[in-house]
Design a protein around this ligand. Structure first.
Ligand code: SF4
Ligand code: SF4
Length: 362
């Protein structure tokens, strides 16, 4: 009976997809038995697409609504389902493993025995799936980069979706949590630390409320959000999010640990698998050939030319602006890059684009 429940969970997660769907291998069952109790697994499978009240979810299984509601609450605290409110009624959704359940496990930044065990099991599962599936095929970008907008050259059009500060201004509430990628690595090996700041992952609106309510992060005001943004930029981290104009999270990624950036770097042309729609340009009169931009570039898109000025490989450049923000001579600005599609307007438009091109989820 229990084995059947976890097999159903595998089938459900395989159908729902994402960067790491359900794959019927021993590593899947070892991990799922640690994450979900059999009851929770059964309820997860019964949650229909979108957000639903406990009564709808209970319809799919033989359990009283009150019992299902209590289990859903406990699952939300464990990051096994998401929740919000519709006209004062609690509603629940079933997140994918990635993005979703795996990230929620490490956003609190705690290092308990269970955290360490989960980090190992998640790492083993991801490694096994990567071995079977190889790098994901990105034919339509599912994620995007948001540039360091203060470095955009005057005269270029800057849309609201190009500016993290505009999202900070627009949404309420805002929250910050620990970078789950860097924290997961540290839970596995305490010395696996690139020294980049950890408490820099932000959430907006309903997602922020979920993170705050479930104590996976904390409420921040707009000034603190802007300070975190500056901290991330000063550390050379790349602003990334989902590839749509309405976003609900902002990651600040390093190339050594973060899944979004590492997935782009696994592609033959990282600059086409994820991009901000901008590219750097140089004022060579100001450049002193110090090579800081070359060292800082997270995608190794820059080399020093025979003329002693940086050369760019646009197939690798994701348009993050890290080179520009770190240049001591202010010799680099960003300009609009031709040929990069604007982000789909919303969730539905992104889903359609992904479906039409056959991209695997990231
Ligand atoms: S960081 Fe600035 S000054 Fe140094 S090589 Fe790059 S463009 Fe030139
Ligand atoms: S050259 Fe490198 S650092 Fe500069 S925008 Fe492109 S990817 Fe970012």
């Amino acid at each position: 009976m229990t084995a059947t429940i976890y097999q159903n969970l595998c089938k459900t997660l395989a159908q729902r997809g994402g960067r790491y769907p359900g794959v019927d291998i021993p590593e899947f069952y070892a991990l799922m038995e640690e994450l979900f109790t059999p009851e929770e697994a059964e309820i997860y499978c019964a949650i229909p697409r979108g957000f639903n009240p406990p009564s709808t979810i209970a319809d799919g299984i033989d359990k009283p609504v009150n019992e299902v509601a209590d289990i859903l609450e406990s699952m939300a605290n464990k990051g096994l389902c998401t929740t919000g409110k519709f006209k004062a009624t609690a509603i629940y959704g079933a997140p994918l493993l990635v993005p979703g359940v795996f990230e929620y496990q490490f956003m609190r930044g705690t290092s308990t025995k269970k955290d360490k065990k989960l980090a190992k099991l998640i790492h083993q599962y991801k490694a096994a799936v990567d071995k079977i599936q190889g790098p994901p095929k990105v034919t339509f970008p599912t994620t995007r980069v948001i540039p360091v907008d203060r470095k955009i050259e005057a005269g270029n059009t800057i849309h609201t979706y190009d500016q993290v500060a505009a999202y900070i201004e627009k949404y309420e509430p805002l929250s910050v949590s620990t970078c789950f990628c860097r924290h997961e690595a540290k839970l596995i090996d305490i010395d696996d630390d690139c020294g980049k700041p950890n408490e820099v992952c932000m959430q907006f609106g309903m997602s922020a409320q979920f993170i705050i309510d479930r104590k996976m992060g904390r409420l921040i005001n707009k000034d603190e959000a802007l300070s975190i943004l500056k901290l991330a930029e000063d550390a050379g981290l790349v602003h990334t999010s989902i590839n749509r104009q309405e976003i609900d999270f902002l990651c600040n990624c390093c190339s050594c640990h973060c899944m979004i950036l590492k997935t782009a770097l696994d592609q033959p042309k990282p600059g086409l698998s994820m991009n901000s729609g901008f590219r750097p340009i140089w004022d060579f009169g100001l450049c002193t050939a110090c090579e800081t931009c070359i060292d800082n570039c997270p995608t190794e898109a820059l080399t020093m030319s025979a003329r002693d000025v940086p050369d760019i490989d646009l197939d690798r450049c994701i348009g993050c602006g890290v080179c520009a923000s770190g240049c001591p001579e202010n010799a680099i600005t960003l300009e609009t890059r031709a040929g990069i599609a604007i982000p789909p307007i919303d969730r539905k438009a992104l889903r359609t684009a992904i479906k039409e091109t056959g991209t695997q989820g990231i």
